[in-house]
Design a binder for this molecule. Sequence first.
Ligand SMILES: [Zn+2]
Ligand SMILES: [Zn+2]
Length: 123
Amino acid sequence: MTTIDQTRLDRIVAEARRSAEQRNAGYRERALRMYPWICGRCTREFTRANLRELTVHHRNHNHDDNPADGSNWELLCVYCHDNEHARQLDYTGVSAGNAEDAPAAATSNPFADLKARLQKRGA
Ligand SMILES: [Zn+2]
Ligand SMILES: [Zn+2]
């Protein structure tokens, strides 16, 4: 038998995805350990009390790119981070740091062809 074991394949994909998420989840903590808590643009200083307003920006705008030396990270306050991404609006079409920090959206839509199928059936 040479059929692909779909269950096994699914598990491999799921595990790969999970380990990628874990790898990326820690980048904020790592960046905060590595750099002083100062916004790279407006030089506002942060303490534990307002640290949640200090965000990690990815210089190349790829949040999957997290080199161990921190060379792709820049600490920015939420306002400067928004500005940084506003300048990128033209080609990303999405606003602000939310796009970068949000979990990756599902790329496949199981209902994408539902309407077409329903229409076909109805006609
Ligand atoms: Zn700032
Ligand atoms: Zn950013």
